[in-house]
Unconditional design. Sequence first.
Length: 216
Amino acid sequence: AGAVLERGLVTAQKARTALSKAISDRTDLPSRFTEDPEVLKGLLDSADTLDAFAAGLSPDAAGSTSFAGEKGRLPLPVLGTVLRLPNEADAAGVRRPGVSLATQPRALVTAPWPATIRFRGPLLDYGNVMILEPGDGYLLVLVGMETLYGEVGEVVAAEAPLGLMGGPATVSAEFVTLAPDGSGGRDTETLYMELRQGAAPVDPMPWFTGLARTGD
């Protein structure tokens, strides 16, 4: 049974990777606007933290859509388990306002809601970062992908491929049995997800299905 499950996971991952590559090669996707690269460069040069950079990209809530109305119903951007909760210290003692998810190597990351890509690429020492603007003055920050799709200013649909996690292109059935805290698994990748409204971080736990804490 384990071998059958593993073959099924491998086949599914290959299909998702092929689909994401095909979509990423498209050049006729609509863009709501084109970001000024000089403005982005200025923000990047002046920012000394991810928090400062995201604050500089904070959108105006005017004319936004109904993203806020989807609180509690958003799908996770990747198949994974919670590795670290918001404000939980990591091995280095650093606390961050977002949630860290343990994922399979080469897992496909998708948009949980229609959004505009505000930034994509390396940022400081965080590695690859993608910042989405889904509306209502919110920003969704995703950190940890090895491969990024799309262009700055591009409007992406819900479930559109955003990128791939790193690691070897193999899938283990062991990942399926990861504990809720992310322990017990091997060879996993980590996607950090942070939600912001304006310049302030927002607890992402009540927003996404499968993350809501008891009592939310």
